[in-house]
Write a protein that binds this ligand. Structure first.
Ligand code: GLC
Length: 713
């Protein structure tokens, strides 16, 4: 059951498809504080500490609560809080404050309150179990027991939102109801489930040919190579540098013939440059955000001075979406949208302040305070929240300052693209994922988790982020595997790759000094075997992904979602259920050669080294130390479940999805039934009955009326 409460006059976010009528009675579960009312428990623990460069804190801390709309809920000590999507820390979100304020934040350390997205949905599970979705375009903070260990406190910068309270049997039921409310999750083409290679370093046609050739020579399957900003002419979105890519269409076609898709980046900031058609048209047709004086607002990003399209206007969204046609026409069928928080490196206003400060400080001698003041001024130049107060959108004919709708920007920009693909390519799904997002965008796009580091802690973070992100609707997601910043090493890469076998987006992307294409490591065979496992599992992974989308379900689940009564399972943060049949327990510790695994039920463990070199073992429920050398990975098949597998090929396009083998763990069951989803990889007619295949497994073998299947040990 879902109940909606309305506060103030929220700006429409389009997150919810059909809104239930608003309730007028007292709000359930939460105590509501309206702006101006006295505040009973004010815990202001903050002292004056200046942290140079930290412009990112919690803007809604306890010091200004009286003026805010906020909601409190008292948790039981045993309650677990799930959700909030892309944020730092664990699966259980208790004890920290998370702020939905889309930020270009390249430091995903555990003290960071905000990353790139705004995912305002969480579930309390325990003494009472319910979900809450705060539908607002504004900045909102979720103090999940940081100020008071037992108290959730949700505060909004502006007192306008729809609160949806979702009552259900258990977290899975609540997720389903929530997702039905916000609509079906985006499903990319099948090739987007293959292995993908990226690096902010490929600059010429030959660089791309070279990567393709190296993967093919190393025998490592590959479905896509990413084009970072250097393919563009002077970082202008929707252009191609014809000096470095004179035969772009030929390159695209040639690689596609080999099953490899080129996926270009699109940046939000549109360069101010005469004769750049997007700029000229945007100015002429009045499509850009305005400053206070009503002029096109200027910010600095990669290309230098840029404008931002006003994506709050549906007509501008359509215009921006239509720009993608330029690349679709060149044979491109996948995109990643970046810098759309929107990221602001600088504004002239903030630069002027900084220069003035330097001029002033230059007059005297720097002391401790003035020195740090100067450092803070400069490190606060980029992505300064004050810059979000400098420009305006037009919504329904009214001027609205950006900060009121900040969290919608990236979301609406990617929505513009996703909606354009439905128009421009109605019969063929196009790959799209975005760095910034808000719930609602999940209907047309996936996300990646931005600029992580080649750190073990970030491998662990990725494991914890996946289920929370998916609860908020973004089923197609993944981290930059191997780590985007700082240098990776072979051991970290191997373990990360092993985990990424299961993430819907499996993309190796980096900007580090050390290259991290898989063939650059000593044990290339190990890397190949891991990627081959991904391809072998594709029938299962793709099927589980699409079925999760169709059923508003999760593809990655915390153990607690299936084993709610098991106190041990409820606390597990480093194992995940993947679809209906698998559990994973990735090794995420440096130099470990195994790990403890908790089995909430007896499972069949597969210890995999290569397609023709694996063993299986039936393990009882309980704790196990499971060894896993660096070239080994383990995963577990749940009792009464089956996993269809295929023969890997250099790309998904070259694979045979009609002749499958089946791995199974019968447990006590005499007969197992698995529903396989499969399609041509592109169709937009996802629901068609011919895409569903029933596989039956009994002691005598596997059977399927529409695919050839064979049971394997
Ligand atoms: C941003 C993106 C990163 C990309 C870089 C250059 O940092 O998050 O993925 O490589 O910009 O375009």
């Amino acid at each position: 059951m879902i109940v909606r409460y309305r506060f103030g006059q929220p700006i429409e976010t389009d997150a919810v498809l059909t809104k239930p009528a608003a309730e007028t009675g007292e709000v359930r579960r939460f105590t509501v504080h309206r702006p101006g009312e006295p505040v009973e428990h004010e815990h202001d623990r903050s002292t004056e500490v200046s942290n140079p460069g930290e412009v990112e804190g919690n803007p809604l801390d306890a010091s200004n609560l009286t003026d805010l709309l906020f909601f409190t809920y008292t948790m039981d000590p045993d309650d677990i809080v799930y959700g909030l999507g892309e944020q730092v820390r664990g699966i259980n979100k208790r004890n920290f404050t998370y702020v939905s304020r889309c930020m270009d934040n390249a430091r995903h350390t555990e003290d960071r309150h905000s990353l790139y997205s705004a995912h305002n949905f969480f579930i309390v599970s325990g003494r009472e179990t319910f979900g809450a979705f705060f539908d607002t375009a504004g900045i909102i903070s979720f103090d999940m027991g940081e100020t008071d260990i037992d108290r959730i406190q949700v505060a909004l910068e502006y007192p306008d939102c729809d609160l949806y309270l979702i009552e259900g049997e258990d977290p899975t039921d609540i997720v389903r109801q929530f997702r039905a409310l916000v609509g079906r999750s985006y499903i990319p083409p099948k090739w987007a489930f293959g292995y993908q290679q990226s690096r902010w370093a490929y600059k010429t046609e030959d660089d791309f040919r070279d990567i393709a050739r190296r993967y093919r020579e190393a025998g490592i399957p590959l479905d896509a190579i990413y084009m970072d900003i250097d393919y563009m002419e002077r970082y202008k979105s929707f252009t191609v540098d014809r000096e470095r890519f004179p035969h772009f269409e030929k390159l695209t076609a040639e690689l596609k013939g080999d099953g490899i898709h080129l996926v270009p980046i699109i940046d939000a900031g549109l360069k101010v440059e005469p004769d750049y058609d997007v700029y000229e048209e945007g100015v002429a047709e009045n499509r850009f955000c305005k400053n206070a004086a009503g002029e096109d607002f200027t910010l600095g990003v990669w290309p230098g001075h840029c404008h931002l399209v006003d994506v709050m206007d549906p007509d501008n969204r359509r215009w921006f979406g239509d720009q993608y046609k330029k690349l679709l026409d060149l044979g491109i069928d996948g995109f990643w949208n970046d810098m759309n928080e929107p990221s602001i490196f600088y504004t002239e206003e903030r630069l002027a302040e900084a220069y003035a400060k330097v001029d002033e400080l230059r007059q005297g001698e720097l002391d401790l305070n003035t020195f740090f003041d100067m450092v803070a001024t400069f490190s606060g130049l980029s992505n300064n929240p004050a810059d979000y107060e400098l420009f305006y959108h037009t919504i329904d004919g009214k001027r609205v300052r950006h900060d009121r709708v900040h969290n919608l920007y990236g979301s609406n920009l990617s929505r513009a693209a996703g909606e354009a693909f439905c128009r421009l390519s109605p019969e063929k799904r196009i790959l799209l994922f975005s760095r910034s997002s808000m719930i609602g965008m999940h209907r047309v796009s996936g996300i990646w988790t931005g600029d992580n580091m080649a750190w073990w802690s970030h491998l662990r973070l990725a494991v914890c982020q996946m289920p929370g992100i998916q609860m908020c609707g973004f089923l197609y997601c993944g981290p930059d595997l191997g780590g985007f910043g700082s240098d990776t090493n072979e051991e970290l890469m191997t373990r990360w790759l092993q985990f990424s076998v299961f993430t819907p987006l499996m993309r190796n992307h980096s900007a580090s000094r050390r290259a991290q294409e898989l063939d650059t490591f000593k044990h290339v065979d190990t890397m190949r075997h891991i990627v081959e496992l991904r391809y072998a599992l594709l029938p299962y992974l793709y099927s589980e992904f699409v079925k999760a989308s169709l059923a508003d379900d999760l593809y990655f689940k915390p153990l607690a979602f299936e084993f709610a009564g098991d106190e041990r399972a409820r606390r597990v943060e480093d194992q995940l259920l993947v679809g209906e049949s698998l559990m994973i327990a990735p090794v995420i510790e440096e130099n470990a050669r195994g790990r403890m695994v908790y089995l909430p039920e007896p499972m069949r463990m597969v210890r995999y080294r290569a397609l023709d070199d694996y063993d299986t073992e039936n393990l009882a429920a309980g704790d196990h130390y499971v060894s896993a050398d660096l070239n080994e990975m383990v995963f577990f098949i749940r009792p009464g479940h089956a996993v269809p597998v295929a023969k890997p090929a250099p790309s998904t396009q070259a694979m045979d999805f009609d002749h499958l083998r089946v791995l199974a763990n019968p447990g006590d069951a005499e007969r197992i039934t698995y529903t396989l989803y499969d399609d041509d990889g592109y169709t937009t007619d996802i629901d068609a009955p011919e895409h569903f295949h029933t596989i039956e497994v009994t002691a005598s073998g596997a059977r399927c009326a529409t695919k050839q299947v064979e049971l394997i040990g």
